[in-house]
Design a protein around this ligand. Structure first.
Ligand SMILES: [Cu+2]
Length: 339
């Protein structure tokens, strides 16, 4: 074995066990996964793809994160001049495993200074999270020591403005020993607020309303960047599925009182840490700047089929767009009063 080292190829190893281990010459570089968010843009049609893709087995993960101005569709028929990491709101998920080395390269392709702040890192912020000037870039590396569901956001002042413009994404760190349960479906939901007003010229995209933001009078409260998108295009699961939801709250200002109508969470992991597990919870708060992992199991059999709304139970925020539906199986019953 001295001339060889074992490399595990992606998530297949977990499925196939030792049979998936490939023996390759030791001259191969250590396994590094390189992800360029300019190329791995999340689909937003007809809704933002909330599915969490598995983390690769590479112990070193490099992410190139471009900062880009983008026209966003934040509600039906509403276009908004946003600022993004990677062209969508939220930006793509950084999915790693506890203990991985995470290399970040942020490239500012806009005309305004920005920065990036990783809640998953233990690192001097004056170094890693410093301002990145227009057309400049910044690189740093940290070890993902803590498992969980973490917010990543722009930290440039006024931070409320940069976050409400859309500058956020998530980092999911799989626990070294796994999540403790086997999920059939995994979804990432990021709550955020938009404060929007009409543009000054006909046909112009909507613009940020700073006065509304100061008054905390949100125009839309959304999951994954667009009001009501998962009411109109539900997350699809099967009866009997264990569903794991990674709910991260970008704010900038509101808590999310996360609840799924028609079920109870059999596990809630505050911060996404299995060591923090709670059991049999109806509603749990995800603070602005926080993340929580929720698990629920839908009953087996056709009697369980139905539409289970998920909301922030801060109901005016749900009225403004922060609600969606988990569709279990193929329901035939009439729509519930909650929709
Ligand atoms: Cu920014």
């Amino acid at each position: 074995m001295s001339k060889f080292r074992l490399l595990v190829s992606g998530g297949a190893a977990a499925v196939l066990g030792l049979a998936a281990l490939a023996v390759v010459p030791s001259t191969r570089a250590p396994a590094v996964e390189r992800v360029d968010f300019a190329k791995t843009v999340t689909s937003t049609n007809p809704s933002y793809d909330a599915t969490l893709a598995p983390a690769s087995a590479a112990p070193i993960k490099e992410f190139r994160i471009p900062i880009e101005d983008e026209k966003l569709q934040i509600a039906d028929g509403v276009t908004y001049d946003g600022w993004t990491f990677g062209g969508t709101v939220p930006g793509p998920v950084l999915h790693v495993r506890q203990g991985d080395s995470v290399r970040v390269r942020v490239v500012n392709e806009t005309d305004m200074p920005h920065s990036i702040d990783f809640h998953a890192a233990r690192i001097p912020p004056n170094v890693a999270y410093r301002m990145v000037n227009p057309r400049d870039s910044l690189s740093f590396e940290f070890q993902a020591k803590d498992p969980g569901a973490f917010l990543v956001h722009c930290g440039t002042m006024p931070m409320a403005m940069h976050i409400m413009q859309g500058m956020y994404l998530t980092m999911i760190v799989d626990p070294r020993e796994g999540w403790g349960t086997r999920a059939d479906r995994e979804f990432v939901l990021v709550q955020g607020e938009f404060y929007a007003k009409s543009g000054t010229a006909p046909g112009m995209a909507e613009q940020p309303d700073w006065q509304a933001a100061l008054a905390k009078n949100a125009t839309y409260v959304v999951f994954n960047g667009r009001a009501f998108q998962y009411r109109d295009h539900p997350l699809q699961v099967d009866a009997g599925d264990r569903v794991r939801l990674f709910v991260v709250n970008a704010g900038p200002s509101f808590d999310s009182d996360f609840h799924v109508v028609g079920t109870i969470f059999d596990r809630v992991l505050p911060d996404g840490d299995p060591a923090h597990a709670l059991h049999d919870v109806q509603t749990y708060m995800v603070p602005a700047g926080g993340g929580v992992v929720f698990e629920t199991v839908f009953p087996k059999g056709p009697a369980a089929d139905g539409r289970y709304p998920f909301v922030t139970h801060s109901m005016i925020d749900a009225e403004k767009g922060a609600m969606g539906v988990i569709q279990v199986g193929t329901p035939t019953a009439v729509a519930s009063a909650h929709e």
